[in-house]
Design a protein around this ligand. Structure first.
Ligand code: NAP
Ligand code: ZN
Length: 350
């Protein structure tokens, strides 16, 4: 038995998003069902809908920044009750037994994590998972997050992906008070990176291609703004950064950014899940610099991030949209014209 559920998605990589019906599983003993109130729009949604990473299975229903209200729980669910405000991020299942899962890094599950959309569905054989551009979802209790009561629900939605994806590397590389931290790209991820780096006490430099975003970057918590297209300005910051978080969503030239790092400093890529332009080995050999990557974060770390946001009253700066405006929103994200995350008011789909 399945539950017919309203959603928005694409039938092929060339398609615009349109209304469709999808099937959700019935609530099992370990499951939580939520009515989705808000869902953020991540650039990954666009990459997947348009098959830019390859391997998309259609139809695609994107959405992995989900906020909802619990409407049903299975008999083994003790931590959530009907009416609770909860979140679901990029992960909805994993084996829970391998070394990575046991180490709270379900995103790297050795048997393959089940992502919120476009992963093989363990429950509905032969189908793929469908994301949060939808009125409801059924999720295993281990992958449901508590949303602190003081946070605005719509503003909290992007914490479930943009939030954890920037929080996790800042914590893993131990960014601390006084570090000079660069955040490249002022979009959904970048604006959360700025907020978190600021909250952790770093000296934050927004590295952007868009001079028009400079004033906003400062309001979001950047102490300085560096326009990456301006070679003279880039030269002034050469060799001065302790850490750089790179959210550029496409392949790009690495050398200009690597030259900003200090000796022994690290640049972490989170955005470009695709080939990068060739870069010069000398740029990292000289200075013992490091390039690293990072993928979202585990469930425990996501809850820690949400609790930190609750304590420090951190949410995303969003533009709330109706689901019918999603295709225009996609075009604006691709043009780097988002301030700074679109969130869908899911009441507009009911
Ligand atoms: P976004 O909102 O579109 O922001 C990206 C920003 O990067 C743009 O606003 C723009 O900022 C800058 N940019 C765009 N094209 C550029 C280029 N060619 N050169 C230099 N800068 C450029 O995207 P997002 O939702 O933050 O996601 C960013 C990337 O991270 C996407 O590829 C997404 O799929 C990926 N992602 C990865 C993870 C993970 O776990 N690793 C999780 C979520 C998302 P300026 O105008 O300031 O230059
Ligand atoms: Zn995302």
């Amino acid at each position: 038995m399945t539950i017919t559920t309203k959603a928005y998605g694409v039938q092929s990589e060339k398609d615009n998003l349109k209304p469709m019906d999808i099937q959700r599983r019935e609530v099992g003993d370990d499951d939580v069902k939520l009515d989705i109130t808000y869902c953020g729009v991540c650039h990954s949604d666009i990459h997947t809908a348009r098959n830019e990473w390859g391997g998309s299975k259609y139809p695609v229903v994107p959405g992995h920044e989900i906020i909802g209200h619990v409407t049903a729980v299975g008999k083994n669910v003790k931590n959530f009750k009907i009416g609770d405000v909860v979140g679901v991020g990029c992960l909805v299942d994993s084996c829970q037994e391998c070394a990575q899962c046991k180490n709270n890094m379900e995103q790297f599950c050795e048997k393959g994590a089940t992502f919120t959309y476009n992963s093989a569905d363990k429950h509905l054989k032969g189908k793929q998972t469908f994301g949060g551009y939808s009125t409801s979802v059924v999720v295993n209790k281990e992958f449901v997050l508590n949303i602190p009561k003081n946070l605005d629900e719509a503003g909290a939605a992007p914490l479930l992906c943009a939030g954890i994806t920037t929080w996790s590397p800042l914590r893993h590389w131990k960014v601390k008070k006084g570090d000079k931290v660069g955040v490249i790209g002022l979009g959904g991820l970048g604006h959360m990176g700025v907020k978190f780096a600021n909250a952790l006490g770093a000296h934050v430099v927004m590295i952007t291609t868009s001079p028009s975003k400079a004033a906003d970057a400062k309001k979001l918590g950047a102490h300085e703004v560096l326009i990456s297209k301006n070679d003279a300005e880039m030269a002034k910051h050469k060799g001065t950064f302790d850490f750089i978080l790179n959210t550029i969503p496409v392949g790009h030239k690495m050398d200009p950014y690597l030259s900003l790092l200090k000796v022994d400093a690290t640049m972490v890529l989170v955005g470009a899940v695709e080939p990068l332009e060739p870069f010069h080995g000398g740029g990292i050999i000289s200075g013992r610099k490091r390039i690293a990557g990072s993928l979202i974060g585990g469930i425990k770390e996501t809850q820690e991030m949400l609790d930190f946001c609750g304590k420090h009253n951190i949410v995303s700066d969003i533009e709330l949209i109706d689901i019918k405006d999603i295709n225009t929103a996609y075009d604006r994200v691709v043009k780097a014209d988002v301030k700074y995350r679109f969130v869908i008011d899911m009441a507009s789909l009911k």
